[in-house]
Write a protein that binds this ligand. Structure first.
Ligand SMILES: [Zn+2]
Length: 217
């Protein structure tokens, strides 16, 4: 689980609203919010299904087939899988970007880090072939013993420079409601206002939104 501090963190976004037509024109955000948006690209399909199935929202009805696929794997009889670890691995997949995402200001993907296990022979350190597993109910392919000795989780060192995880902190960003992200520049701002047919900026209002994990999700 994400630590308490990360859970309680909030991100502020300034939303530019067209008061006359009662619509959002765009949002101004810093790198912390854009980092989270870009982190969506790193999520395994199974994690996306797992996260979105908690939302009772018609927008996610298109996920129906993927939910079926996820549940089919969950319900697949053990005898139809080569090892129990196959199901566990597919339902708990972690990508190479997992450790990077641990550095996001808000943890959208609050899945647990993968743990690694060995059988008691491999754990003693003199194996013919040392084997690791991620599921404690599987057997070591070298010694045939249960792979149930926790060898811990080693967090990969990730290079974080420039303030952010996936973007640097040198400037602000514009985010539209259909998730177009672009640097905050006068040209981009004016173009979006023009696209919305707005010529009189007095019809605009700024609304500050503080969002926690739930709101961003
Ligand atoms: Zn072993």
């Amino acid at each position: 689980m994400a630590d308490t501090k990360a859970k309680e963190a909030t991100i502020s976004v300034k939303v530019i609203v067209d008061k006359v037509n009662k619509r959002v024109v765009y949002a101004e955000a810093d790198y912390t919010f854009v980092d989270i948006l870009f982190s969506f690209m790193t999520l395994p399909l199974g994690t996306i299904v797992w996260l979105l199935e908690k939302h009772d929202d018609k927008k996610f009805e298109g996920l129906g087939s993927l939910k079926n696929l996820y549940q089919s794997l969950e319900n697949c009889p053990e005898s139809y899988l080569p090892t129990e670890e196959c199901e566990y691995m597919l339902l708990n997949l972690r990508t190479l970007a997992y450790d990077h995402c641990r550095n996001l200001k808000l943890q959208i993907d609050n899945t647990e880090p993968l743990k690694y296990f060995q059988c008691d022979v491999c754990r003693k350190g003199y194996p013919i072939k040392s084997v690791f597993g991620t599921c404690t109910t599987t057997k070591c392919i070298t010694y045939g013993k249960l792979v149930d000795k926790d060898v811990g989780f080693k967090k990969t060192d990730v290079c974080v420079s420039g303030g952010g995880v996936f973007v640097s902190d040198i400037g602000a960003f514009i985010v539209t409601d259909d998730l177009c992200v672009m640097p905050y520049t006068s040209a981009n701002s004016i173009r979006l206002l023009t696209d919305h047919g707005i010529t009189d900026q007095s019809c605009l209002e700024d609304i500050k939104l503080d969002m926690g994990r739930e709101e961003v999700s």
